[in-house]
Design a protein. Structure first.
Length: 208
């Protein structure tokens, strides 16, 4: 048994519906590994239970795994707004979201969150950033404008397979975007932050 296997055997089991979604994502999409999966999915649910947000914004729905995981942690009056910019994902993702037990808590929107999220007129309590890594800094600044004081941002993929410290990737635009974002957050006195070395790196950010 590997350490990863041991961890998964000692945390909340992955819901059967999410396991089927994870499997379908890996079978039917090009970048199946982008789905959060068992460990991160249970962490997202737990963080929502701890923070108890009323309104969550997700940037980058992909196949819907993280959206469903986040929504599982919401109270009855909670709401998740999730944006996916790639309209080619809609035919795959929408049925999975609408078929989930938390469908009534999720609003799935095809569009650019950078442009469309502020138009919702909502003060968010929690934001999960998992969109285009090249625009993370722009996305962060947009989010800071609609996040309530004391609210949290969860930024995914902030270690980027270790590429952030591998000079072989210095010219890669996505690695540059993540590196620039990490440097920017580290120097931003508006927030408190910690990077968890979970999967591909997850940064927890609290707006002061």
């Amino acid at each position: 048994m590997t350490l990863d296997d041991y961890i998964l055997a000692h945390i909340e089991p992955e819901p059967e519906y999410l396991y089927r979604l994870w499997r379908a994502t890996n079978l039917h999409t090009i970048h199946g590994r982008m789905a959060s999966g068992h460990l991160q999915g249970r962490l997202l649910k737990m963080l929502v239970r701890m923070i108890r947000p009323k309104n969550i914004l997700e940037i980058g729905t992909f196949s819907g795994y993280s959206a469903i995981s986040l929504a599982e942690g919401l109270d009855d009056d909670g709401r998740l707004y999730t944006f996916e910019i790639n309209d080619e994902m809609e035919d795959f993702t929408r049925p999975w979201i609408e078929g989930s037990e938390v469908a009534d808590k999720i609003q799935f929107i095809i569009g650019d969150a950078l442009q469309e999220a502020p138009k919702l007129g909502i003060a968010f309590d929690l934001v999960f950033m998992d969109g285009d890594k090249r625009t993370y800094r722009d996305c962060y600044e947009m989010v800071m404008g609609i996040l309530r004081p004391g609210g949290f941002i969860l930024a995914d993929n902030t270690l980027w397979d270790g590429h952030v410290v591998d000079h072989a990737y210095d010219r890669d635009h996505q690695t540059q975007g993540i590196g620039s974002f990490n440097d920017y957050i580290a120097a931003d006195d508006r927030v408190e932050q910690v990077i968890l070395p979970l999967r591909d790196g997850l940064t927890l950010i609290r707006k002061k």
